[in-house]
Write a protein that binds this ligand. Structure first.
Ligand SMILES: Nc1ncnc2c1ncn2[C@@H]1O[C@H](COP(=O)(O)OP(=O)(O)OP(=O)(O)O)[C@@H](O)[C@H]1O
Ligand SMILES: [Mg+2]
Length: 800
């Protein structure tokens, strides 16, 4: 490829001789990294305009390259054309180097050199400055004279120079101090982020780069001509030295590492996630009409989209949650429109139905629909699940697609529609009822709770502490909703709260309340506005605060306005700040490879384990500027745990990694491991779990019920991925699931105990943890981290 560049350059060399020589050195500084959407531009030191003497060897003349990011996180301009600036005619010309995608953008004008006529003059000016530096620079006249002996090296053709070095004719014996400086220069080169980034352009991967530099150093020490050595000593360990050496390094790599280059190139090509819209040729063959229902919470977006869903002959509703899919399923069937339900766990096929309510991950890109609804489209930007929304938007085969969401992804949806060629129509909404901030707050006193209040807390422990405090200090009774509860239980708690004829008039909930449920909330009270992000306590993002606060005063509920406030006065400013903030303008949305892409990639790396393959994929994959690779830490944790399980295919492992399990829950992970082991041994997978006889009497028993539900739910999910022979106990598990959900509901109604830690180490749990560790450092870390989590101050203590 580099040769190609040189040949091209030679063909196009119509500049003055001087220009052409300079150009040879600068071209490598303008490589388009094949893995990065950004073109990184560097210029030859001699082409820099008007630099001062004092900055001769400092980095300030150097334009820093953006660091390479596997996920393409470095923003930037998406696709860059494959072109090289033709210095002669001032046009971009395309060049073809076999299958290789290479791009080198060069703009003289960036460096004060006019792109066309007159450029000679300025280059000469720059050169004059440069020579004036060398003749009258920091080191005085002596250096000026001496430098003439070697400065010409800067303008040598690196191909020729490399050829000479290889021929061994000009290898000079270097003195000790020269060797020392050259070593430092090579060390600087090895550490240069720019060089390692640019080396990717010739498919020298980041992990191989240090080895390549090491071998190059040995070559250099042996074959370095005297003038080159002097020039490098003159430059010292600097960006300029790296700039100068890089094209020679490229020649060296192309000649010495063809196998490594080929391997890495194949790897990169199989990890290509660019142009995801081309992954769905059938959807691309359609001209789809996309209607974006855009507005804040409680503005009727979903309601309107569902009207079109129900009118259509054949339609799909894609939900962010099982709970919401269930609600639509119930609502639509109740109206006499046959509708099926499909989630990871449920597959309720209603005979003769042409409508389906599903979770977004389950949406079929094979079926043809008249109307599709994708709810909560802003979730495209979700770091973990975003890929599911992106896939649905790109891949659904529907004449009409209704997107419901806030305005944060409008721009990126527009851009995607330009790529797909679909027509986009925006429909804007306003909130039905105003949302008012109550500046008084609860002044830290839960006795100020009123009927219809929803207290939002961001951990299970806080939720139960608040519930206990309210129920002991006031006459109110609390329902609870949080993520670990099954959807059935959440719905049961929601209807208990909505029903005015009972004493359960206060809701205590986690952020799980922010989406989906229609609740009769008068006022949302934030217990705190920080939450644990798996690593440390962080402020709750403004978008989430808005979404949760927006649950108050929903259309159809009893209260005229929606109110939002905080428990403590200290948090009020942050609440107001969040509510005032405009919606984000999302620049990138999530993407994740299909199994087939991973399989293709794995074919390049037969010796690696599955989790290593995932790791490598993350490092090597290439994305356009509008996409990021979704986080897959939890997937890797499962992959790690399953590493030692024999008899699983790559596809089995891939499927297991998406099972709905809390990776910080050792008991659930233990059962997942057991399921995988049975599958590996080709044995029918059994549940091997008894059923508790009664509802929970304390928090440990409640936690146990939650975990049991998770284990059973996992079984159902896996049974939908594998065949009936492998998971034969689906009917039995379905019965157990609804019994556990029922027991959970019963337990919550009477729960008035102090919450326990989920990871509180009983002997049994510790034993399971040890089993799970199975020598895997990552797994060990996970379990430990869960235990180390320092919690916010206990509210119970606060009230005492
Ligand atoms: N035209 C309407 N007639 C009757 N009820 C409506 C109408 N529009 C919306 N609603 C009701 O108002 C409530 C809020 O509407 P909807 O769920 O569509 O809002 P949304 O904008 O999707 O909110 P969110 O962003 O929270 O999902 C729902 O209970 C819905 O049934
Ligand atoms: Mg909605």
């Amino acid at each position: 490829m580099a040769r190609g560049l040189f040949h091209l350059c030679t063909r196009k060399r119509t500049l003055s001789k001087l220009q052409a020589l300079l150009f040879n050195h600068s071209q490598f500084h303008t490589f388009q990294n094949p893995l990065s959407p950004i073109s990184t531009r560097f210029s030859n030191p001699l082409l820099r305009p008007r630099f001062s003497q004092s900055s001769r060897l400092t980095g300030e003349r150097f334009r820093p390259a953006r660091p390479f990011s596997a996920s393409g996180d470095e923003g930037g301009g998406g696709e860059t054309p494959i072109s090289e600036f033709d210095a002669d005619c001032g046009k971009n010309i395309d060049f073809d180097l076999g299958n290789e995608v290479t791009s080198s953008i060069y703009s003289f004008s960036e460096y004060g050199v006019a792109a066309n006529d007159g450029s000679n003059l300025e280059i000469v000016d720059s050169l004059k400055e440069c020579s004036s530096i060398s003749s009258g620079g920091d080191n005085g006249d002596d250096l000026g004279k001496k430098s003439e002996e070697f400065l010409h090296v800067a303008s040598r053709d690196p191909v020729e120079l490399y050829g000479e070095m290889c021929s061994g004719k000009r290898g000079a014996s270097l003195d000790r101090s020269e060797v020392e400086v050259l070593r430092e220069v090579c060390l600087w080169f090895a550490k240069s982020g720019w060089a390692s980034n640019q080396a990717l352009a010739i498919y020298i991967g980041l992990s191989f780069f240090p080895t390549a530099v090491h071998k190059f150093q040995r070559f250099l020490m042996k074959n370095c001509p005297a003038d080159v050595a002097k020039y490098l000593v003159y430059l010292g360990p600097s960006h300029e030295a790296v700039n100068f050496l890089f094209p020679i390094f490229v020649e060296f790599c192309l000649e010495n590492f063809p196998d490594e280059i080929k391997r890495f190139r194949n790897m990169v090509e199989s990890a290509d996630l660019t142009k995801p819209h081309t992954w769905f040729p059938f959807a691309r063959a359609m001209k789809r009409k996309i209607i974006y229902h855009c507005g804040p919470t409680n503005s009727g977006k979903t309601y309107n989209a569902l009207q079109r869903f129900m009118e259509a002959k054949k339609a799909i509703y894609c939900s962010p949650l099982r709970l919401l899919a269930m609600e639509v399923f119930d609502k639509v069937n109740a109206k006499g429109i046959y509708c099926s339900l499909l989630t990871g766990q449920e597959n309720k096929r209603v005979p003769f139905s042409d409508h389906i309510a599903c979770t977004v991950e389950m949406a079929s890109t094979q079926e043809l629909y008249d109307v599709a609804v994708i709810d909560e489209i802003q979730m495209m930007a979700d770091p973990n699940r975003g890929y599911a929304w992106t896939r649905a938007l790109l891949g659904l085969k529907a004449d009409e697609i209704h997107l419901c969401g806030d305005p944060s992804v409008v721009d990126i949806v527009k851009k995607i529609c330009q790529d797909t060629g679909d027509g986009l129509y925006e429909q804007n909404y306003e909130r039905f009822k105003p949302l008012v901030v109550e500046a008084k707050t609860l002044l830290g006193n839960l006795e100020n709770i009123r009927s219809g209040d929803c207290v939002v807390a961001f951990s299970r422990r806080e939720i139960f502490e608040v519930k206990l405090a309210i129920e002991t200090q006031t006459k109110h009774r609390c329902c609870v909703i949080y993520g670990a509860l099954p959807p059935e239980t959440r719905r049961q708690q929601a209807s208990l709260f909505n029903d005015q004829s009972n004493e359960y008039d206060v809701l205590v909930a986690s952020d799980a309340v922010g989406m989906g449920l229609n609740l009769n909330i008068r006022r949302v009270i934030f217990n705190s506005l920080s939450k644990y992000n798996g690593d440390k306590m962080v402020p709750v993002p403004a978008s989430q605060v808005k979404q949760i606060a927006g649950r108050a005063g929903r259309r159809g509920c009893l209260y005229p306005d929606g109110l939002a406030t905080t428990l403590h006065l200290d948090d009020l400013d942050y609440l107001i700040e969040c509510l005032k903030q405009p919606f984000d303008n999302v620049k990138k949305v999530g993407l994740f490879p299909y199994y087939e892409q991973i399989e293709l990639f794995a074919g390049q790396l037969p010796d690696l384990t599955f989790s290593q393959i995932l790791e490598k994929f993350g490092e090597s994959c290439r994305l356009d500027g509008s996409y990021f690779l979704c986080q897959h830490g939890h997937i890797k944790k499962i992959a790690n745990m399953l590493e030692r399980v024999q008899g699983l295919s790559l596809e089995d492992r891939f499927q297991f990694c998406f099972a709905p399990v809390n990776v910080r829950e050792p008991k659930a992970m233990h059962h997942l491991l057991r399921y995988a082991t049975s599958l590996g041994q080709k044995l029918p997978v059994n549940v091997a779990m008894g059923m508790p006889k009664s509802s929970a009497r304390n928090d440990a028993e409640l936690l146990d019920l939650e975990t049991r539900h998770q284990v059973l739910s996992m079984y159902l999910w896996l049974s939908n991925q594998f065949d009936e022979k492998t998971f034969p106990y689906v009917k039995k598990v379905e019965t157990m699931v609804s019994e556990v959900a029922h027991l959970l509901g019963e337990s919550l109604v009477k729960a008035n105990w102090k919450p326990e830690s989920r990871n509180k180490g009983t002997q049994k749990t510790e034993k399971i943890e040890r089993q799970l560790e199975t020598g895997s450092a990552v797994q060990l870390q996970t379990v430990k981290r869960g235990m180390d989590y320092s919690r916010p101050q206990s509210l119970t203590k606060l009230y005492k």
